[in-house]
Design a protein around this ligand. Sequence first.
Ligand code: ASP
Length: 436
Amino acid sequence: MSCKVCKFGGTSMASAITVNQVFNIIESDKDRKYIVVSAPGKRDKNDIKVTDMLYKAFDEAQETGRCDNAFGKIRERFRALVDDLKLDFDLNEMLDSIEKQINTSTTPDYAASRGEYLSARIFAIKTGYKFIDAQDLIKFDSRGMLDSEITNDNVKRVLEGVDRAVIPGFYGIDVDGNIKTFSRGGSDVTGAIIARGVGADLYENWTDVNGFMKADPRIVENPKIIDELTYKELRELSYMGANVLHPESIFPVRQAGIPINIKNTFNPSHKGTMIVEDYNPDNSVITGIAGKKDFSVLLLEKSMMNSEIGFARKVLSVLEHYGVSFEHVPSGIDTMSFVIASSELEGKLENIINGIRRSVSIDKIIVYNDMALIATVGHGMARRKGTSATLFNALANAGVNIRMIDQGSSELNIIVGVDNSDYEKAIEAIYNGFEK
Ligand code: ASP
């Protein structure tokens, strides 16, 4: 028998109807042994996620000393869930004690974590699986970072004799014994940690879409689902703005060689997207397209720049001094440009320009704003001629002016810079150029 760890996101845990669907998914495959759950999410477009309600309760307690108002709504939501699921489970005592503790908390982490905690308690009753608290497994170190070795040992030790369990996502405990959460969406990380710890054969990440899409569905109508993608491709796409999985959830499973399968709770027979270490790219040249708006370019011009040793280092130390990270450094013989997220430069631009002028002698510094970066990603590109021709033709035919080009030497991606105002048009054109 193999072992699967399954993480169910907020929309899967949102109401009795969806929780029953999750239950059926688990029942239909006995390999699904360790279940990590999120807090109940939105039941419809206008609903509020329980985690957001809990942050609000914390804010209310900070302002007035009590969170009755906001917490009252949370009570109602969980009571309705238990009633609709027809479970014989009295939540009152648990809710009273949580409310009291939120009233005296000094950080929002405890409050925020209780959505996952209650969701897991309820789902453990529903399934008859053992409830295992994440605070007994997941530890953060004194710098607030995940202590992965202690955590991994805990998961191994605690779950060794437990055949089936429900575990709340999103939180663990810090060195002082206080609850601490990951950043938002962190239940994905919990699932990956559990999968590594129990040596799972597969980490199933259940969400509300059929898988990772080749392009942003808000821009491209009905984009294709990616069947298979590597951890490296996922990293490139997530970094450039595609978000399905929390970026930190990749490392624990990748280390252990466990594939991730993104699946849809509301369409469970769809095979979803498999994330693996390596695969043989099929006929498709590109795996996916992602991008972000709002970058600035600092263009430095100096005649004979190419013969000056240490020029780049001096400029980079100015950026380092101001805590600014850059994305790309396209350069010419006498020019060097730094592509930087505009938000990084806020309030610092003048100082940076003065700093650069002080540390290198320079003819001109020009700043361009409003550039978007688009990454076209795929291992398939390395093996094919004409990939860039397809990409640039598609952009030219759509009338998009390319302001920057950067192709990584791994041939895993080609990045282009376009005007913010051309962003959507460019993504659509690239998608259609390769997929139609
Ligand atoms: N409930 C948390 C959030 O809304 C964590 C998660 O769902 O993964 O961010």
